[in-house]
Design a protein around this ligand. Sequence first.
Ligand code: NAD
Length: 500
Amino acid sequence: MTTTDAPTERPRYGNYIGGKEVPTSGGETFTSINPTTGREWGAFALSSASDVDAAVAAAHAALKGPWGKLSPSAKGRLLMAWGEKIAENARRIGTMESEQNGKLLAEMQAQAKIVKDWLFYFGGLADKIEGRVIPLERSSVLNYTLREPLGVIGVIVPWNSPTLIAIMSMAPALAAGNAIVLKPSEITSASAFELVRLAEAAGIPAGVINVVTGARETGDALVGHAGVAKIVFTGSEQAGRSIAAKAGSRLAACTLELGGKSANIVFDDARLEQAEAGVLAGIFAAAGQTCIAGSRAYVHRKIYDRFVERLAVRAKQIRLGDPLEVATQMGPVATRAQLEKDLSMVAQARDEGAELLCGGQRASVPGFASGFFFEPTIVHHTRPDDHIMNEEVFGPVLCVTPFDDDEEVLALANGTRFGLAAGMWTCNLQRAHSFAKRLEAGTVWINMYRALAFNSPFGGYKASGIGRVNGAEAVEQYLQTKSIWCELGDEVQDPFILRL
Ligand code: NAD
């Protein structure tokens, strides 16, 4: 891998296959852009189907060779050692991610540090994968199950939390004994190379994790590859639908972690200071570029005017700037296309009758005239069927709506095809838990928002996804069960001999 600190030369990366950096077969490359400066960050291989083929072959070789031969405990220890190494390099990894996606260095660094918890947890589960002995009627027959890895797993990740999502996807798959071909987002490809190099430094054999870079076409080649047993995809709903269809057509399994339009409900008995902080963090942390963004806030009419006024005051105070600076509270959005999407979705909302409470424009940040900054934005007077109430913005845009009673707000909150997450703010325990049960979402937060843990299952209801990451059940998704039968006695089972 060629990297250089020279100011005029940008890093250039090949693919990483079978323990080596290799150029693409076609020699084509693409560049990634630093969204804070608008300048080129580095160049990466634009991989073709034959590059994907080479990566899948290397992963199969690792499965047949050193990785397949290691005991589950040994695999688990290597995952833990990998976690230590990533944590030691968290600042470097966080910096390259922040420079590529514009999210705060503090958040990217924290994510690179915390993935150690995932690798320790799933490393610990590697030798707790057990089959069963089935109690049959015939005592002379032994029937037992083996839990076996699926094979090669294709992992396709987005740009918003590259290391965290890659590890969330890979750790349970590796604990189950599989090998990986990882395709990072074309916007944030660099940290994947750090991860794979650190994996090998920790002792994970070459070829267990391979990296191919590129955009949609490279991902598509991975999804369609006959040697890939399962795809784990995190990204947009649109891409998820196309991946599910393609994988389904060759009967390959998928885990899909897709988008959301999450509701954040503030009841009139909420602790208002807590709710205010939670609603703001739910949408403006990471400039709204999280799948779990609480992009639809419903506020009880009794407290609506005062609460929403406070939200707008606080939103206007958010400090935009260089995401590498400690004082910055919100960086740019990740790409020019995302900036344009933010602008056009707000414009369409206004055309449909919404009113702006704050923001709505490209923001100018001194020293970063070409940066993709967008003002923290709040709109109200939307209607449930407005475009902005139904489609993910993936930017710092909050829609606020008043409500009068519980049944009304439950219907509004569930009135979306998405079902990733929901939040609520109330001191009424009965209401909180009855809502938690009735909300159609994979995660529900009560008097908190935006929490995740390595041991708590995460995933979407409805169009927000299929399957779960995190928690022990994630490992199940990378295993297949074999049932083994053995006659222990001398009995002859011959259907053609008549016994009278
Ligand atoms: P995206 O769908 O554009 O791209 C995600 C990845 O898929 C990239 O690596 C891309 O190159 C690849 N890709 C795109 N189309 C593909 C196709 N047809 N076949 C194969 N690969 C394809 O998403 P993005 O813009 O990178 O990320 C933002 C989206 O991700 C948002 O919708 C967000 O909600 C979602 N997301 C979901 C979760 C979750 O856990 N549910 C977490 C983070 C982000």
